[in-house]
Design a protein. Structure first.
Lengths: 138, 138, 138, 138
């Protein structure tokens, strides 16, 4: 069991009706995607053709920041607010989709973009699955 | 002139049609609100009646993370993406409103909550002003 | 192979002489510890005896922020600076040790503190192993 | 009075013997420097000669992350730990110095680097002033 899943399991109160498995999957996907995007931004920066990758660096950085913030918000259950959770998940899904699309466009040329795009797609899906669970918006 | 405004003024390319003044105001409001919320969470934690302030601590932390991420996203102009900007601004405005409402509810008892609520309201307004500028949320 | 390890393997230039395995272990430990500490702070906040856990919440938050920043710094290899890396690793190890010590002191009463303390100890060790690799702190 | 100073003034307990003015100056300098570095990284990314500025982008990002974490740690007073504060301040001062040095080396060519270098120097000085106050290490 991952540390994120263990932390959910040991939370002393209830989780506001969220599915613990979908929640754990989403928290893990967010932090994994944040890590991948931080590394991908730097790998792009080290490519000789960096001038053609500046949009990728930028979207990587936005996605890293949003995934990290989303992972943090989803790791807090005290005083749970479904409206805020929905807005954050939606912004995260949009950032992941934008980053995945950008990274996929040069995944053949750059292995780091291929790995990063996969992490972004997993995170986008996990955010959308949790949004479905929450109802409304999405 | 603030450092945020100076950084906007020295950006070498154009700003994607965003109003530089509203943008500077919003960036500053985001970072100021993030700082206020981080401090307010800790001030609540030090109150003797902390057990009654746990929701405030939580919403402070969410708001700090979202404001910081929003301030960062708004500080990047390369490869500007209006859809992502809109979603992030909306999530930030929702977080600021939730935190302002919570802090206002005990602003009389706790000066730090009063100061923090004001920073949250300023940030919420700045995000909404920039959203208006960007046109309809998709 | 984890995403962090894959990102290291696909980095297009060299890694400044750092051992890729120790580096991957440390990056993963930092992000795992950041996640554990964020969740532990919130779990403490939800305990009925929160008034006795405020130091734990605080040190959890510091440790989360430091581990995340350290994980980010270690995920960037372009323009590698060993002096900065050393200082950051040292600050992270100190934060992890402080958080582990605090969490261990009530690990019997709170399962989340036990899980978090273990993540902190793993991260502290990973930081120290990488510091050894880097040679004397200047 | 800035929001950071107001938050310090409304903190309900004592500040562990730290000088409130030096503390407020340092918190503000950290958050200002984080904002400047985030913007400078993106401004460098938008320059036609980005390939010559990749080290600057990287050190900007490290400095932004460290300043933000340091500003957060310094905004928390509950359960104050002077050893951790010292290590964090030292790492932040080292990051600010590295970033200032890099930015100064092309401050004539790029106005954003000039503004950013000044923010880094202010933050480095504020961290060192607080370290002096704390005694030991430094």
């Amino acid at each position: 069991m991952t540390v994120a899943a263990q932390m959910l399991q040991t939370y002393p109160k209830d989780l506001g009706g969220l599915d613990p498995e979908k929640l754990a999957t989403c928290v893990e996907a967010c932090f994994e995607c944040a890590a991948a995007c931080t590394a991908c931004a730097d790998a792009c920066l080290s490519e000789d053709m960096v001038a053609e990758l500046t949009t990728c660096v930028r979207v990587n950085q936005d996605c890293a920041d949003l995934c990290e913030t989303t992972g943090r918000v989803l790791s807090r259950h005290t005083g749970y607010d479904p409206d805020l959770t929905r807005c954050v998940l939606l912004a995260c899904a949009v950032a992941c989709k934008a980053c995945a699309t950008e990274c996929e466009s040069h995944a053949r040329a750059h292995e780091h973009c291929r790995v990063c795009a996969e992490a972004c797609r997993r995170c986008e899906q996990a955010c959308r699955a949790l949004l479905d669970d929450l109802g409304g918006v999405s």
